[in-house]
Ligand binder design. Structure first.
Ligand SMILES: Nc1ncnc2c1ncn2[C@@H]1O[C@H](COP(=O)(O)OP(=O)(O)OP(=O)(O)O)[C@@H](O)[C@H]1O
Ligand SMILES: [Mg+2]
Length: 346
């Protein structure tokens, strides 16, 4: 059968069944295992922004660290343009891989070297990845500053991090990531340490880059309002597992999973971008061995929720892991399949 789904180009990034368990505790504490990710699967297409949303500790940064090759998953595959990265890449990512997958971190103060000027931060990746020669490196660095809106670029290029505001530093960090002309940009809470007043500017910049450069993005955030603004699709992570996945507008307009609903309610006003959002308070005693991991916090928990871990079900063009919705005919599927197939037909 030749469906629209099959005829689509291969996704830029395909993550299949990532699982990761950490052993925590130290010399004096009893060692404990922390399941950071359970069977996480998703895709990111070229020019698409996907937001990974969830409360603190849900596993968002673990996904980013695995994608950056800073951490090895216990299970799962990462396909970049259909190439199995875990099979071919060393744990420390190679130069070609880093030329394709770049990161913008949360802390614009910590991510730049205070002893070097902006020129140094941009020239280094440009030369290292052979995106410039010693002749045109200055010109290319200045171009990058134009791209991220740091004007006058000829002046900003000589500034050092301490001469820049938080928002300006984050723009330099974005310019540095763009220097290698990556295919995928991972941004882990890129605005959460910035003044509320300038968060929107950075999100606008990222949105423009996505459109103009057809840059794929994985935006990590606990803020569904930012996710809705920037992302085409949202993945909601709870306790290391995707509990709802689908188009951003649909998820924000009518969240299906009670956890997504709780996340949305924790944002005072979803229309007010940059507003502080609270995490849903985690309760350390809420571990249930069987059943749905969200059941202890779920206002709608039914008998079955305590006994049976729900499979993914299709709700509109979303996949939702919750007993509130009827099971699909085909049984348990991946978090993403339904949403992608339907989106492909649009
Ligand atoms: N190196 C590590 N050793 C032990 N436990 C870890 C390690 N890294 C992450 N964890 C645990 O894995 C879980 C997921 O962590 P992760 O940092 O991915 O969450 P997060 O969603 O990014 O949270 P936040 O919003 O606070 O940044 C947490 O319980 C965390 O304590
Ligand atoms: Mg994190």
């Amino acid at each position: 059968m030749s469906s629209a789904h099959e005829s689509r180009e291969t996704p830029l990034l395909k993550v299949e069944g990532l699982s990761k368990t950490f052993l925590s505790g130290g010399l004096f504490a009893r060692p404990q295992t922390v399941v950071a990710l359970r069977d996480v699967s998703f895709t990111v297409d070229r020019g698409e922004a996907v937001a990974l949303v969830g409360e603190s500790g849900s596993g968002k940064s673990t996904v980013a660290r695995i994608l950056l090759r800073l951490e090895r998953p216990d299970e799962g595959r990462i396909l970049l343009d259909a190439e199995d990265i875990l099979a071919t890449e060393p744990l420390r990512a190679s130069l070609p891989y880093r030329g394709r997958v770049q990161m913008v971190f949360q802390d614009p103060f910590g991510s730049l070297n205070r002893t070097h000027d902006v020129n140094h931060h941009l020239a280094r990746p440009l030369l290292r990845h052979k995106r410039a020669t010693s002749k045109d490196v200055r010109e290319k660095a200045i171009d990058l500053l134009h791209v991220v809106g740091l004007e006058p670029a000829e002046e900003f290029i000589w500034r050092r991090p301490y001469e820049l505001s938080g928002g300006q530093r984050q723009r330099v960090a974005i310019a540095r990531a763009l220097a290698v002309d990556p295919d995928l940009l991972i941004a882990d809470e890129p605005t959460s340490m910035l003044d509320v007043s300038i968060r929107m500017n950075i999100l606008t910049l990222l949105a423009r880059l996505k459109e103009e450069r057809r840059l794929a993005m994985l935006l990590i955030t606990h803020d569904l309002a930012s996710a809705r603004y920037l992302a085409d699709r949202v993945l909601v992570l709870f306790r290391g597992r995707i509990v709802e996945a689908g188009p951003a507008d649909e998820i924000v307009a009518s969240p299906a999973h009670p956890y997504t609903q709780a996340l949305l309610e924790s944002i005072a006003d979803v229309g007010k971008l940059g507003a502080e959002s609270r995490d849903v308070e985690p309760d350390p005693d809420e571990l249930s061995s069987d059943g749905c991991p969200f059941a202890p916090r779920c206002p709608e928990a039914m008998d079955v929720c305590w006994k049976v871990d729900p499979s993914y079900r299709t709700v509109d063009s979303r996949r939702v892991r919750c007993h509130l919705y009827p099971e699909d005919g085909g049984g348990a599927g991946e978090a993403e399949t339904g949403a992608r197939t339907q989106a492909a037909g649009q």
